[in-house]
Design a protein around this ligand. Structure first.
Ligand SMILES: [Zn+2]
Length: 224
């Protein structure tokens, strides 16, 4: 099936959204000024966001951005793998390379969130390696944050699952932050102060974002 099932309620809702998008940014088939500029001059985003695929955590909605403002990668649990130049398929690393080396973004935001299913799976499941008997892409991918699980269970073994998840989400963000610095061209630009890294955690229950303060080593409200 390649054409949209237009009787489908969910699809109708999306098509209505598409209609509204076209009314906002296009006149018939002609772009308004914003898309005209983006077509003629190309994209020039200053910020890359690495967010979770979770449907509740859309960076463009949370940050109120316009088309062309954010270069976005979304993956399970907003993880960044360490730099690795093996010939495997590195989607997130490829996007990082394009954003940093070609687009020259000035900021990379890791946008984590509360109630993250990937983090919950990491905390509650025993297998973290993909094996022929356990062919799970999620388990293998979440292995990037395995040290966050170990740290959480070491320091918060008796804590309620909700607190464990929060801590694991924060530890995981710090792992990805460190992994970003294993990419030589990211490390170089951060050292030159031409690129800034940010680790944020969005709380679904309060709508608040807390950002990691590298000097104080704490997550603090972005706006008060
Ligand atoms: Zn998530």
């Amino acid at each position: 099936m390649t054409s949209p099932p237009t009787q489908d309620v969910e699809m109708q809702r999306l098509l209505e959204g598409y209609r509204q998008f076209r009314e906002t940014y296009f006149e018939g088939n002609k772009p308004h000024a914003l898309y005209q500029k983006l077509v003629e001059e190309g994209q020039n985003p200053k910020t890359m966001v690495i967010a979770c695929s979770d449907s509740r955590v859309d960076p463009s909605i949370i940050l109120g951005s316009l088309p062309g403002e954010l270069f976005v990668v979304r993956n399970v649990a907003n993880l960044v793998p360490p730099y690795d130049n093996d010939p495997k398929h590195h989607g997130t690393s490829a996007a990082l390379e394009f954003a940093v080396q070609t687009l020259g973004v000035r900021h990379i935001i890791l946008l984590g969130h509360s109630h993250c299913g990937g983090i919950r799976a990491l905390l509650t499941k025993s297998d973290t390696e993909m094996t022929p008997k356990n062919p799970s892409f999620i388990s293998s991918w979440m292995n990037i944050a395995n040290a966050a699980k170990t740290k959480t269970l070491t320091h918060f073994e008796q804590a309620p699952l909700e607190l464990q998840e929060k801590m694991c989400e924060e530890y995981s963000l710090k792992i990805s932050l460190n992994n970003l610095l294993t990419f030589p061209w990211i490390h170089e630009k951060v050292t030159d102060a031409t690129l800034a890294l940010h680790a944020w955690r969005f709380d679904l229950g309060t709508g608040m974002i807390q950002g990691f303060h590298t000097e104080r080593q704490t997550f603090e409200d972005l706006i008060v």
